[in-house]
Write a protein that binds this ligand. Structure first.
Ligand SMILES: [Zn+2]
Length: 316
């Protein structure tokens, strides 16, 4: 995903510029990462579009209107800007944010974009930037997460679901797709949502948007745990096979990579008749035994039971 972060435009809502104003190449739009406002819409054309630096200019100069996909949001989304001027956690908004919200309302009244999409993006970018600040994420990840969220919104994945949940999933997806080593747990801690909810949003996101995710964490943890509990290389290789199969069946996304790596090691040990207890593995992987047992049960249920050596999985 190529992101142009040096777009020369200034957000007319909050005056942001520079790294906060980026281009979403697939949508052909330049938008503000801080508030989600679309500043420039670039219709796909072979001729050069005249340059536009504000939304109004874009509307005047652009050859085409707003993309038709926005029209699908005619019916309002479930989330509106809180009239009590509090954020999602009930905290009072800062004076600056309140002023921004007021400007937003003013702008919205003359906005050509669908209001609910605009409101949704504004809310989402507030969440995103709060999470990114807490996690000390680099700008590139924040921008990537913003683009992923916009994709989810355009694909109608947010309606009827939690904005915060989809934002959290976008952040995690951005980290994973760029191999920035952040665990799901870290994202969960920064968002304050239940882990299960974030994982569910994440799976929906990458399945619906058909995002290909590398799983470096899981495989890296596998060798780390394997050497800690002193499992043979042969068994570790088998565990890697199981993980690859789990990967193909999309079992891994949203799961704790430590837990799923330990579970595949355990099953490999069972197949190879190598002695290794769940207690040992859970300790080495820094997961609970209950969590490990759940992962084991899941792998056993979804991986092919007829492959060589797997007949006695039921005894595991
Ligand atoms: Zn802005």
């Amino acid at each position: 995903m190529m992101l142009a972060s040096s777009v020369r435009a200034q957000c007319e809502r909050d005056d942001r510029t520079g790294r906060d104003v980026i281009e979403d190449p697939e949508a052909g739009e330049v938008f503000c990462v801080r508030c989600g406002l679309v500043l420039v819409q670039r219709p796909i054309t072979l001729q050069a579009e005249r340059r536009a630096f504000t939304a109004e200019e874009a509307q005047q100069r652009s050859r085409t209107g707003a993309p038709s996909r926005f029209s699908m949001y005619d019916k309002g989304l479930s989330t509106v800007i809180d009239p009590a001027a509090r954020d999602a956690y009930g905290r009072v908004l800062s004076a600056q944010t309140k002023a921004t919200m007021q400007r937003l309302r003013r702008l919205q009244s003359r906005s050509n974009l669908n209001e609910s999409v605009d409101r949704n993006l504004f809310q989402a970018m507030l969440h995103l930037n709060r999470i990114a600040d807490r996690m000390h994420l680099p700008d590139t990840i924040r921008q990537r997460a913003a683009v992923i969220y916009r994709k989810a919104l355009a694909a109608d994945l947010v309606r009827g679901r939690s904005i915060l949940g989809t934002v959290s999933a976008s952040v995690y997806a951005a980290c994973r797709s760029s191999e920035t080593p952040r665990t799901l747990k870290e994202v969960v801690e920064a968002t304050g949502m239940p882990k299960k909810a974030v994982a569910r949003h994440y799976r929906l996101l990458i399945n619906s948007l058909d995002m290909k995710m590398p799983y470096p964490d899981t495989f890296r943890y596998l060798s780390k745990i394997g050497s800690k509990v002193d499992v043979s290389m042969k068994t570790q290789a088998l565990a890697r096979q199981l993980l690859t199969e789990a990967d193909e069946k999309k079992i891994i996304p949203g799961k704790d990579p430590n837990g799923i790596a330990a579970a595949s090691l355990y099953l490999a040990c069972v197949i190879e008749n190598e002695k290794c207890t769940q207690e040992e593995l859970a300790k080495a992987a820094n997961v609970t035994e209950v969590g490990l047992r759940n992962r084991i049960r899941e792998l056993r249920a979804r991986l092919r039971p007829d492959a060589p050596g797997r007949a006695h999985w039921t005894r595991a």
